[in-house]
Design a protein. Structure first.
Length: 456
């Protein structure tokens, strides 16, 4: 009963923040709803960035990788740390300097409206799968202590983060993200301490597992090719990502954007190893479960009453803080980059109304997809592969467009060809072709740009 009370209190607090922002009219303008009036300090942007990428994949999914692979499972988030360092050192200032709302707007500035629209469509398709993955994870976590159907729990969680996103937009999300990130760090550190105490500390953990589990950076089950795939297809989403850029657009200035990205990279390294060690401990304690049940089993059987509620709130914080950001990012793209093309003279009041309706519609679609999904990492990896293969290279090249001699026709071809190829390969399940879409994107961007530029 105490654990349930803690979770209910957490849900109430998140909704209360949304109502507070709505009543104070902090999100009553486009700048307030979409980019929190561009007033984010380093602490706010850092907390929101961390809460965004430490979601279902980094907690439930990555604990599962630790359970099945050992230390090498940390690469799921370590490649994100590398991406954040690249972003911070080379691109964060440039991104914030544009002062936009969305990543497709940036692509349109770099190339043209056709490339921007193609990017919008690709992101919306991919990011609905990302939101759905978070919803699946929430259902798995809540099913540990709540005797209800997992589908009902998924719908309930989705309804809550859709509600406070509709009410407060970006202004409430950034503030709830900071709270959720604080709860998350406490929760995973407490879980690690209790798990290690059960297995005899780090020494007992390593002694109880096969030597391959402590092999790093690669292992028998995770070779150099797998690492390269992770680095390109997952790490790239931290260098160029709609949710990451949405945070940078909220920063007060270019220095805040840069420092937030760099600090977030450092946090990602710490969190990666903490979560993987929890998964490895679960392997010792519960050797006969499915990998993505590792963290839920720790919650159910290791944590005492009260602490269980705290850690579950932490995991829900991780999941919902990623889901709300991804949800608002996707709805903003639908409103600003798709709907406004059909109604360019739409006023601010109608823009906000359309945005809130888009939040609800995308939330419902994500729930429908979530009810059909089975694995968290697999669904997220599908989304990241499609997005990375189509968008990352054109965006990075766009910052150096004149030097690289790329143009809008090449970018449009690369976005459609790269993303489409990746989607087909993933749906067909063809092995060892994960990077084909990425390669097609590069060839089309530079090849078509060169041919059309030469013809001109």
């Amino acid at each position: 009963m105490l654990d349930l009370a803690i979770i209910v209190l957490y849900f109430i607090c998140m909704i209360a923040v949304g109502f507070y922002v709505y009543r104070k009219r902090k999100a009553s303008s486009s700048d307030g709803f979409f980019v929190a009036n561009r007033s984010g300090t380093t602490l706010l942007i850092l907390g929101s960035l961390c809460a965004t990428f430490i979601g279902a994949s980094a907690v439930v999914g990555m604990a599962g990788l630790g359970y099945s692979r050992g230390l090498s499972g940390a690469w799921w988030l370590l490649v994100g740390a590398i991406g954040l360092f690249v972003l911070g050192f080379f691109l964060a200032r440039r991104v914030r300097r544009f002062g936009l709302y969305t990543l497709p707007e940036l692509v349109e500035k770099q190339y043209d409206s056709r490339a921007g629209l193609a990017t919008s469509i690709l992101i919306v398709i991919a990011w609905i799968a990302v939101i759905a993955g978070q919803i699946v994870a929430a259902g798995k976590i809540l099913s540990v202590i709540l005797p209800y159907d997992q589908s009902l729990l998924m719908v309930t969680t989705a309804a809550i983060f859709v509600l406070y996103t509709v009410l407060g937009g970006q202004y409430s999300i950034i503030r709830t993200d900071v709270i959720q990130f604080g709860i998350l760090i406490i929760g995973i550190l407490v879980s690690l301490g209790l798990v290690l105490s059960r297995v005899g500390g780090i020494g007992g953990l390593t002694a109880s597992l096969p030597s391959d589990y402590v092999s790093f950076p690669v292992s028998i089950g995770f070779g150099w090719y797998d690492l390269i795939v992770f680095l390109v297809l997952t790490g790239s989403t931290y260098v160029v990502g709609p949710d990451i850029y949405a945070r940078l657009f909220c920063a007060r200035d270019e220095n805040v954007a840069r420092s937030s990205a760099l600090w977030a990279g450092g946090v990602a390294i710490l969190v990666a190893f903490v979560i993987v060690l929890i998964g490895m401990g679960a392997r010792v304690l519960f050797p006969a479960i499915s990998s993505e049940q590792a963290f839920p089993m720790v919650i159910e059987h290791i944590l005492p009453v009260g602490v269980t509620g705290l850690v579950m709130a932490a995991l829900l914080a991780a999941i919902m803080s990623s889901a709300d950001t991804t949800l608002l990012t996707t709805s903003t793209i639908v409103t600003q980059d798709v709907y406004k093309r059909l109604a360019p003279d739409m006023g601010e009041r109608k823009t906000l109304l359309v945005s809130r309706v888009a939040v609800v519609v995308i939330g419902v679609l994500s729930v429908v997809v979530a009810l059909e999904l089975k694995g968290i990492i697999s669904s997220l990896f599908l989304a990241y592969t499609v997005f990375t293969s189509g968008v990352v290279v054109p965006v990075i090249a766009g910052f150096y467009k004149d030097k690289l001699k790329v143009n809008s026709i090449g970018a449009l071809s690369a976005i459609i060809g790269g993303g489409g190829t990746a989607l087909v390969v993933r749906l067909l399940g063809v092995a060892y072709l994960e990077l084909l879409g990425f390669a097609v994107c590069i060839v089309l961007l530079f090849g078509v740009s060169w041919m059309t530029g030469r013809n001109k």
